[in-house]
Ligand binder design. Structure first.
Ligand SMILES: *Cc1c(COP(=O)(O)O)cnc(C)c1O
Length: 367
């Protein structure tokens, strides 16, 4: 980002400035080594340390118990939509339960259907994916191979603020709120997250899984699709995305050293999101929020204006003032402001100010 320019992109998204500055300093030659991180072997001692540090930092930040393995894979979160059912549903007599609260969960269940019984335990379609379900609304199987949900639906801006429970290991697509708040890892069977929303650049996906689930992996899977093989190889089954893993490690270090903890990160994220939701609550007929209040996302604030024309005008003016990438996803339209960990408070304050001025200019009668 240049001075005075802020990106609200949903992903690849804003990265911490100190991390970008370190990348800039070292991209040509790593300090003390003299070779670019883009040229480093994934089999080098340096990279072994990068992976070890990243793992250690994740374990500290999330308090990951000993009996969990951390993997660094490729293929994005989308490949996990396939790998999860290939490894944990294929050949099982049990169904997998899917809780659908938005676009990503719907895509995940489509892939699961290719591998076995995928049971939709909840589908928020009837209210246009505007909230997460209560525990009573879930139609869970008596016993499930696993229970899949999306902690934050990036497109709709709908987030779980209480962890759901089911009758099998919980599997969470945490792509867009990973490391934004604490997570009780011990309550999950598997957590996955692509890096490019909150944890680094595109190219690496973190998978945290409970070791006993590895015993369920059916024989005969292609090695690149088999969690056991990746675990055995220490995430080095093939050429790892060295640069992406290095930046992810720097982001986790930034969280530990500059922010301190995920509790503190969560507190800051709440404060940032609050600045925008206050404006939505102040002008509910002008900034029409998508998510119902109890399910509002701290990461992606989604809303519409009273007309398409005003929405276009809003986006164009915001862009010309340095507030970039605010367009909602093509499937839902409107505006989406993504406020991931690295979004500076100043950027959110600038957007809030812009929203207040825009409503005054275009709907003075409402003010
Ligand atoms: C972005 C996103 C994905 C897709 O990630 P890719 O790395 O592009 O495959 C999946 N789930 C959620 C919740 C996301 O935000």
């Amino acid at each position: 980002m240049a001075q005075g320019v802020f990106t609200f992109s949903p992903g690849p998204a804003v990265l911490p400035l100190p991390v970008l500055e370190q990348v800039k300093r070292e991209v040509v030659a790593l300090e003390g080594i003299g070779i670019s991180p883009l040229e480093m072997s994934h089999r080098s001692a340096w990279f072994a340390q990068v992976l070890e540090q990243a793992t250690e930092n994740l374990r500290r930040l999330l308090r990951i118990p000993e009996n969990y393995t951390v993997l660094f894979l490729q293929g994005g979160a989308r490949l996990q939509f396939s790998m999860v059912p290939m490894n944990l549903l294929r050949g099982s007599k049990l169904p997998a339960d899917y809780i659908l609260t938005g676009s990503w969960g719907k895509k995940a269940v489509e892939e699961a259907r290719r591998e076995g019984q995928a049971h939709v335990a909840y589908d928020g379609q009837e209210h246009n994916y505007s909230r997460v379900p209560s525990a009573e609304e879930l139609q869970l199987s008596p016993q499930a191979a696993y229970v899949h949900f999306t902690s934050n639906e990036t497109i709709q801006g709908v987030q779980f603020h209480q962890w759901p429970e089911g009758n099998g290991p919980l599997v969470c697509d945490a792509s867009s709120d990973f490391l934004s708040r604490p997570m009780p890892v011990e309550r999950f069977g598997l957590i996955y997250a692509c890096a490019q929303k909150n944890a680094g650049p595109a190219g690496v996906t973190v998978v945290i899984l409970r070791n006993d689930l590895l015993e369920r992996v059916p024989p005969g899977l292609h090695s690149m699709l088999d969690y056991r093989q990746h675990a055995k190889a220490g995430s080095l089954l093939n050429t790892a995305p060295v640069f992406a893993c290095w930046v992810l490690m720097l982001v986790t270090r930034w969280l530990l050293e500059e922010i301190g903890s995920l509790e503190e990160m969560h507190r800051r994220n709440q404060a940032k999101a609050q600045l925008l939701y206050e404006v939505l609550d102040q002008y509910p007929d002008f900034y029409i929020g998508h998510a119902q209040p109890q399910s509002r996302s701290l990461m992606n604030v989604t809303f519409r204006l009273p007309s398409e024309e005003l929405t276009r005008e809003f986006l164009a003016q915001a862009d010309s003032q340095g507030l970039k990438e605010l367009k909602g996803h093509r499937s839902v339209g409107g505006v989406r402001a993504s406020l991931y960990n690295a979004q500076p408070l100043e950027g959110v304050e600038r957007l809030r100010e812009f929203m207040l001025q825009f409503v005054k200019r275009h709907a003075p009668s409402r003010c």
